[in-house]
Design a protein around this ligand. Sequence first.
Ligand SMILES: *[C@@H]1O[C@H](CO)[C@@H](O)[C@H](O)[C@H]1NC(C)=O
Ligand SMILES: *[C@@H]1O[C@H](CO)[C@@H](O)[C@H](O)[C@H]1NC(C)=O
Ligand SMILES: *[C@@H]1O[C@H](CO)[C@@H](O)[C@H](O)[C@H]1NC(C)=O
Length: 498
Amino acid sequence: MVVSSFLPHFLSLLILLLSSPSPTFSIRATRNDQNLLPSSTLNFPKKQAEKLIRELNLFPEHDININTGNNSAAAATSVVEKRLNLPVLGDSGATVQDLGHHAGYFRLPDTKAARMFYFFFESRKDKTDPVVIWLTGGPGCGSELALFYENGPFKIANNLSLVWNNFGWDKVSNLIYVDQPTGTGFSYSSSEEDVRHDEFGVSNDLYNFLQAFFKQHPEYAKNNFYITGESYAGHYIPALASRVLQGNKNKEGTYINLKGLAIGNGLTNPGIQYKAYPDYALDMKVISQSDYNTLQKSVADCDKALKPCGTNGENSCVTAFQVCESIFNDILSIAFGLNYYDIRKECEGDLCYDFSNVEHFLSQQSVKSALGVGNIEFVSCSTTVHQEMITDIMRNLEVGVPALLEAGINLLVYAGEYDLICNWLGNSRWVEAMEWSGQKNYSAAPTVPFTVDGSEAGLQKKYGPLIFLKVHNAGHLVPMDQPEAALDMIQRWLQGKL
Ligand SMILES: *[C@@H]1O[C@H](CO)[C@@H](O)[C@H](O)[C@H]1NC(C)=O
Ligand SMILES: *[C@@H]1O[C@H](CO)[C@@H](O)[C@H](O)[C@H]1NC(C)=O
Ligand SMILES: *[C@@H]1O[C@H](CO)[C@@H](O)[C@H](O)[C@H]1NC(C)=O
């Protein structure tokens, strides 16, 4: 495959990366930089982001999707949804009569004027399939990246035609994609006060959206419900799941039939995951033993800086981010030109992938009319949204997970084996280290092959509601790299057969 033609989502974590200095940074320069903290930190990543995004012609006309004019689709008070009817080439393989594709805006309560954009694709197979919501990371990247390049119903051909995706997750689920937090994708507000800063705001908006969604589609409220996503969604997913359980418990609205969470190449427990960078890089021969030894100083600094951040620190979390990022940056300065989303590949251009087709596709007037987005501009990754979430990045979101497991919620943590930035090693470590009633049994469980079509597609470990799966021959974007294995994984997991 030609690298430049496979565009998608490294965007999922792109912006986290954008805070990386250029690869010419030496270890010493990175360390000196910490002395400037924290006052300078808020400007630094943004400059990087703007520079990198401009080079890919992705910088939006407005830094954030703030709409100051009138938009008919968004003027209403709650959900305004329309049937989507985009021309798609090929055979859908649908066994249902009615494909049931929708796009809409939801006027978020608890905000001044925010509108959340979403897609809803009813299952191609059976409307009683589970309802699955997918969350893309960033923080600040739109869900369209996953939709069109990973697991959505269709893909964008180079001539901008849509072509059915034989491995779309809508073959086994009723699939929702949302653009969030506000300011991402086609979601917007006319008030800067609606920009979110943490998982409290993010999960509350998503919970409100789910309430409105099930009101709009009451026939789906009784189906099993699953939360999935990638990369920075390793933060969003546990936070939203906890919010849903709280809402169910307090009878806040429609009962949401939450059954499980799937986190793909996520960032969930930064304390453990950042420290795993040198180990993974050494194992994969990205760095030498002497580089590794040198990096231990940064690891110790990161450890120290993380303590005051914990689960809800403020400025200390920004400082920790800068300190801990130096581990990652130092590795990149050693492994110059490495694609940190897939270490088998070279980084082509500053961002390693080219995903400009989605920008071109979504800027067509015919497409915008079909989506009902008026003149809102698509923002694939918002630097402002990212920037405003900066204190959230280093917080440990693992802390809420044991309560979810004890409540019987299933958790699948999967990771493509060649991703550096949210590597499988760091993910498997936080899963192993997590204290819950099944910890010892999980720890003692055997690692067994995950087979697809008779051949080994990964290695998995399982106990009770918890599964960890390392996916072979995949980087950060598992459903893009291994579409068949990813669909098989999600299908079996949804059926309780993984
Ligand atoms: C928005 O619509 C309202 C009612 O139709 C109108 O009074 C107002 O002038 C419009 N505002 C803008 C900025 O177009
Ligand atoms: C666009 O590309 C698709 C997929 O490669 C192809 O099937 C289709 O014929 C092309 N359409 C045009 C108008 O060239
Ligand atoms: C869990 O591990 C304990 C030993 O630590 C063992 O006695 C028990 O049978 C295990 N439970 C299951 C369900 O495997």
